[in-house]
Design a protein. Sequence first.
Length: 95
Amino acid sequence: MGALRDGNEGRLAHHVDRLRHRSDLEREVESYRFEREPMGVPITESASAIRSLMLTRLVEVKLLVAPAKLDGLAVAEDEVEAAVGRTVDEVVARC
């Protein structure tokens, strides 16, 4: 994982811990906000609009994943871990 700057590892750890204890929808909403904060992107949507957008995104993902599972498509755990690591590095780099 890339180097974390100026104590951001604590902030990131806190965020990850909070996400572990939430529903899929709550995690998506929190991630939506977390992705924008470090970049200074203002959140102009209402809380209900964000929840609606994230719910739509979750449903779309579930609709894509279900047929893949039926077809026996799978992703190795090391590939998932590598992708997560890259994403975390990208988010931390923005902080």
